[in-house]
Design a protein around this ligand. Structure first.
Ligand code: ATP
Length: 284
């Protein structure tokens, strides 16, 4: 038996860092939404009782460090599954990009194996398990649009924002979230207005979503990697309705209500950055 599952990337419409907790995690408040830029995972049953992973991009580990591998092993151990699978990950989402590529692979693996192995777990139960793998995994299990709080693992679903185009551009650098957290000065941080983003989504007010976008990590990433700051300015100049860095970067996304504007931004950027994508928001 073979399953193919889709693992879409996320962007942050708002990302706030509130404080550092005693357990070492940062307390965050994020509005996340899935976009139609996705990896594809082919899940194939194998006769050996083990999990094998292959990835189409060599920079992603295919051993125990792979989050999809960790997801499969977690299900096997927790539910005593004595079966084996091979996971082939067709990577389309840029890596170390602020788009939750690893987390969405873990979430898709949880969903796919839940079906393949007939475990009958609910989405809430899968999200709970996902939180043991990484803070962004629960959101990726649900997909759609949501407010994520705690260390990112507490999810409240939000309504779907008005349809629009999302142009994503990733400069040729990898940024680790750990590095940005390590350089954040929590006493001097520009907090976004997350409440305004949520209200705008509830009202279906695209212009207000665009004017309320904010990311508390931008200033730190920009100071370490000025290229990312330049990219954001360029996207604004190309006529985006709203522009923001996703996660800890370096991917910057532009929102555009109309298609011709999205392609103008896309074509304008193509000359400067190799990795550019024009996609739609996903409602689920
Ligand atoms: P983070 O916010 O955790 O830095 P990100 O979205 O910016 O996430 P990812 O693409 O998830 O970046 O990659 C972060 C790290 O996770 C990389 O070092 C990568 O090698 C590792 N990783 C583990 N499993 C995967 C996977 N299935 N796909 C992509 N990266 C993975």
């Amino acid at each position: 038996m073979k399953y193919i599952v889709k693992a879409p990337a996320k962007i942050n419409l708002s990302l706030d860092v509130l404080h550092k907790r005693d357990d070492g995690y940062h307390e965050v408040e994020m509005v996340m939404t899935t976009v139609d830029l996705a990896d594809r995972i082919e899940i194939t049953e194998v006769s050996k009782d083990a999990v094998f992973v292959d990835v189409s991009k060599g920079i992603v580990p295919s051993d125990h460090q792979n989050l999809a591998y960790q997801a499969a092993m977690l299900l096997k151990k927790r539910f005593g599954v004595r079966k084996g699978v091979h996971l082939y990950i067709h990577k389309h989402i840029p890596v170390s990009a602020g788009l939750a590529g690893g987390s969405t692979n873990a979430a898709a693996t949880l969903r796919g194996l839940n079906k393949l192995w007939g475990l009958g777990l609910s989405i809430d139960e899968l999200a709970e398990l996902g939180s043991e793998i990484g803070s962004d995994v629960p959101f990726c299990v649900y997909g759609g649009t949501a407010l994520a709080t705690g260390r990112g693992e507490k999810i409240e679903k939000l309504s779907t924002p008005p349809p629009c185009w999302v142009v994503l551009a990733k400069p040729p650098i990898g940024v680790s979230t750990k590095e940005i957290y390590g350089n954040l000065n929590l006493n001097d941080i520009a907090h976004p207005n997350t409440e305004a983003v949520i209200e705008a989504i509830n009202q279906g007010d695209f212009e207000r979503i665009c004017s309320s976008l904010g990311n508390a990590m931008e200033a730190t990433t920009f100071s370490l990697y000025p290229k990312v700051d330049n990219l954001k300015k360029q996207m604004e100049n190309f006529g985006a309705d709203g522009v923001l860095m996703s996660g800890s970067g370096p991917t910057v996304f532009a929102l555009a209500k109309n298609e011709s504007r999205a392609w103008r931004i896309y074509n304008g950027l193509k000359g400067f950055v190799d990795q550019v994508y024009a996609v739609r928001l996903l409602s689920e």
